[in-house]
Design a protein around this ligand. Structure first.
Ligand SMILES: [Zn+2]
Length: 141
């Protein structure tokens, strides 16, 4: 999957940031379901999930929850087009994030918080590489 643009509705972004605010200073996690056409991923649904990591500045999803979500998406003709998580501060991928991106090669939407304001950035691994990131353009509808 090579995605250059992540298209998302303003409403969905607001829902994600609300979820992030509720979890802060812990990391919030959500799956973005939708469709991919060429290099554009369109988000149609957001699914906040529980972060089961037992330390701050980490996120982990229960494998059963993840599996159920994948089945559910498939039944509706959707796929996971992105993974959202929040950082307590800077919205750039940690080295652990980069490692996990290899196993989940979809765009990673990250929110970070500075002076009470959220900012968002989106990243994906460059095609054919295991650690080179490219920034995915966010298109807010
Ligand atoms: Zn992270």
């Amino acid at each position: 999957m090579r995605i250059e643009v992540l298209r998302i509705q303003e409403l969905h972004l607001q829902q994600l940031l609300e979820h992030a605010s509720q979890c802060w200073p812990h990391e919030a996690v959500a799956f973005l379901l939708g469709i991919v056409r060429n290099t554009v991923a369109t988000v149609l649904q957001t699914h906040p999930v529980e972060n089961v990591a037992d330390a701050p500045s980490l996120f982990e999803v229960d494998p059963h929850t993840h599996y159920r979500l994948l089945l559910d998406a498939e039944e509706r003709g959707l796929e996971v087009v992105g993974i959202f998580h929040s950082h307590p501060s800077d919205p750039t991928p940690s080295s652990l994030d980069v490692r996990n991106m290899r196993f989940n090669p979809v765009p990673w939407l990250i929110s970070g918080r500075s002076k009470g304001e959220w900012s968002l950035r989106c990243f994906a691994l460059a095609q054919g590489t295991t650690d080179q990131m490219t920034e995915v353009r966010l298109e807010v509808l």
